[in-house]
Design a protein around this ligand. Structure first.
Ligand code: ASP
Length: 309
C-alpha cells in the first residue's frame, strides 16, 4: 500500500471578481473545505479513488453554488441539461452521460454506466431509462433551477450570447462547473467532471465534460485530470488526454503538464478554462487561462487547502 492519498476538487474557472465583490468567497471556501474533509475521511479509511471522486462530485452537484446538478445553468429554452463523466485510472474504465434531465446526481448515473453497462456513454432519454433501472433518484425540474441562474440566463438571452458560467462577471455570475481527481492509498487514480454546460447553450449541445480525454481523463500510469472552461475548445484539443500525454511521453510532473496543457489550449484555440491534475506520485497541480479558478486540494495526505485564485 502506498502511504498517502491525494484529492483535488474544483468549482469552475472564469472571472471571479464578482464573487469577491459580493463577499461570497467565504461560502465557496467553506463548501470546498467541508467536501474535502469528508473526502479525506473516505480515502484515509482505504476508500478507492473512484469512490472518492464520485462522492465529491455528487456533493458539489448538490450544492447550488455550482453549475452542476442543482444550480446548473440554463439552455436556450431556459431548461437544465446536464453532462457528467467518471474514469478509473486502474483499467481506463469510464462512464459518461450527456444532455440528461431530472437525474439528481448525473455523476452517479455516469458511475452506473461504468459499473453496470457495456458502454461508455448514454445520452438523453436512454440515459434516463437506464437511471430507472439503476434506481437513481429523479427530481422535478424546479429542483435544479435556482434564481440566480434564471437572472443569468435572461441576461444572456438579451444579448443572444452563450457564455461560461463565471465569464464576464455580472452580479449574477457566481457559480461553476465541478470536478474531482484523486489518488487512493493503493496508488490508483480517478477523475470526475459534471456540469450544466454553458449559459444559453443550444438545446442538445454537449460539452467537453462527458467526453473522455477532453473534459476528464485518468490513467494510473500518468495522471488524473478534470477540466472546466469552454467545452468546444477542450473537445477540439482533447486537452485532458493531451495533459496525460505530456506526462507519458515527456515525463512531465503534474504541474509542468498542467501548465503545458493550458499553454497548448491558448496557443491552438485561444482557449479559456482550467484544469486540476494529480499525478501518479500524488502531486497536485492546477492551470488556468481564465483570470480565476475555484479549487481545493489535499496533497499526499497533507494539509487541506482551498483557493479562489
Ligand atoms: N466545460 C463546460 C462545458 O463547456 C463548462 C464549464 O466548465 O463551465 O460544458
Amino acid at each position: 500500500m502506498a502511504e498517502h492519498f491525494s484529492l483535488m476538487i474544483h468549482g469552475g474557472a472564469g472571472a471571479l471578481e464578482h464573487i469577491r465583490r459580493e463577499g461570497s468567497e467565504a461560502g465557496f471556501m467553506q463548501s470546498l473545505k467541508v467536501i474535502l474533509q469528508d473526502g479525506r475521511q473516505l480515502l484515509e479509511k482505504g476508500g478507492t479513488a473512484l469512490d472518492a471522486v464520485e462522492y465529491c462530485a455528487a456533493r458539489l452537484e448538490d450544492d447550488p453554488l455550482y453549475n452542476a446538478g442543482r444550480g446548473s445553468v440554463l439552455n436556450e429554452y431556459g431548461e437544465v441539461e446536464m453532462d457528467a463523466a467518471i474514469m478509473d485510472g486502474q483499467d481506463l474504465a469510464a462512464g459518461a452521460v450527456a444532455a440528461i434531465t431530472s437525474i439528481k446526481n448525473p455523476i452517479a448515473l455516469a458511475r452506473c454506466v461504468l459499473d453496470q453497462s457495456e458502454h461508455v456513454m448514454l445520452i438523453g432519454k436512454g440515459a434516463k431509462e437506464f437511471a430507472k433501472l439503476c434506481n437513481l433518484p429523479a427530481m422535478p425540474d424546479d429542483y435544479f433551477v435556482v434564481e440566480s441562474r434564471v437572472r443569468q440566463w435572461r441576461e444572456a438571452q438579451k444579448t443572444g450570447g452563450m457564455m461560461l458560467d463565471h465569464e464576464d462577471a455580472g452580479p449574477q455570475r457566481k457559480l461553476g462547473t465541478i470536478g474531482a481527481v484523486a489518488r487512493d492509498l493503493k496508488g490508483n487514480l480517478a477523475a470526475a467532471t459534471s456540469t450544466g454546460g454553458i449559459v444559453n447553450k443550444r438545446w442538445g449541445r454537449v460539452g467537453d465534460s462527458p467526453i473522455i480525454g477532453a473534459g476528464v481523463f485518468a490513467d494510473n500510469q500518468t495522471c488524473a485530470v478534470s477540466a472546466t472552461g469552454y467545452g468546444e475548445q477542450f473537445q477540439r484539443t482533447v486537452l485532458s488526454k493531451m495533459i496525460a500525454d505530456f506526462v507519458y511521453f515527456k515525463q512531465m510532473t503534474a504541474q509542468e503538464a498542467a501548465t503545458a496543457g493550458i499553454e497548448y489550449l491558448v496557443e491552438k484555440v485561444n482557449g479559456l478554462g482550467g484544469v486540476i491534475v494529480i499525478d501518479r506520485q500524488g502531486y497536485c497541480a492546477v492551470g488556468h487561462s481564465t483570470s480565476g479558478m475555484i479549487y481545493g486540494w489535499i496533497e499526499r495526505s497533507g494539509e487541506l487547502c482551498c483557493k479562489l485564485a
